[in-house]
Design a protein around this ligand. Structure first.
Ligand code: ADP
Ligand code: MG
Length: 257
């Protein structure tokens, strides 16, 4: 059973500390929701896990399959079985969604075995069709040019489809880069609901308090000011919907004062 294990992670941007000691474990087969108000560092965690160069790790480790993935390039993290959403290039002129996905599958296969000849076209077509059916996606989507004129929601769909075909053991999905984050959350949640099972662990990142209308996470974590200040089950999201974040802010201020 694979496990992503984040230990005392501290991250700075432009010399300002944003993540102030994050600890979190995500096992294969579990769906975790990371929630918190805007500006608390949720996307910073996602970008750090994907290896974005602007995010400077000042201390801590992130273990996956016996390796501290912070020492690997983004490609290496993905080939190990981590899926970090929005890791694909923003716009590649003239590359269809299908061609992009086939290259991604082949890159992963070659990383595991340099002799690999790549997935055959009929096998790829079959897998793509099966996954698009599972995700209730229109088959025409595969022929679209990647990200050219994609709406925020279509970018999210492309991400979810990429997750479906790459079959990662652990996936991190951040709602952010879509204009309408409630749409993004809905698309991500439907994808996760369709793909969830014993082989997939997921961390869904959202500030949207009514997440339970879309997905039933096994665990809920709340981030405030660069730290996870509370963890629990789905009832924690329910409580947030009623009570907001103030009770946690008050408590955290009392502890750190
Ligand atoms: P969240 O996803 O929880 O809304 P972010 O991780 O996007 O929060 O942002 C956390 C903090 O880091 C915010 O105060 C934000 O202003 C700051 N921040 C995020 N990205 C950058 C950046 N590229 N440069 C400088 N500050 C940033
Ligand atoms: Mg964010």
């Amino acid at each position: 059973m694979s496990e992503l294990s984040i230990r005392d992670l501290r991250v700075s941007i432009d010399g300002k500390e944003i993540l102030k000691g994050v600890n979190l474990d995500v096992h294969q087969g579990e769906v975790h929701a990371l929630m918190g108000p805007n500006g608390t560092g949720k996307s910073t965690l996602a970008y750090t896990l994907m290896g974005h160069p602007n995010y400077v790790v000042t201390s801590g480790e992130v273990w996956f399959k016996g390796q501290n993935i912070l020492e690997l390039e983004a490609d290496g993290r993905s080939h190990l079985g981590l899926f970090l959403a929005f890791q694909y290039p923003t716009a590649i002129p003239g590359v269809s969604v299908a061609n992009f996905l086939r290259s991604a599958i082949n890159a992963k296969r070659r990383a595991a075995n340099p002799e690999d000849k790549g997935i055959s076209i009929p096998e790829f077509r079959k897998q793509l069709k099966d996954k698009m059916d599972l995700l209730q996606m229109d088959h025409d989507f595969a022929g679209r040019y990647l990200n050219e004129g994609f709406s925020g929601g279509e970018k999210k769909r492309a991400e979810v489809l990429q997750m479906a075909v790459l079959k990662p053991e652990i996936a991190i999905m951040d709602e952010t880069d879509s204009g309408l984050d409630i749409d993004a959350l809905r698309i991500v949640s439907e994808g996760v609901n369709a793909l969830r099972g014993p082989d997939l662990g997921v961390l869904v990142i959202t500030h949207y308090q009514r997440i339970l209308n879309y997905i039933k996470p096994d665990f809920v974590h709340i981030m405030l000011d660069g730290r996870i200040v509370e963890s629990g089950g789905p009832e924690l999201a329910l409580h947030l919907e009623e009570a907001g974040y103030d009770w946690l802010r008050d408590r955290t201020e009392t502890i750190t004062a």
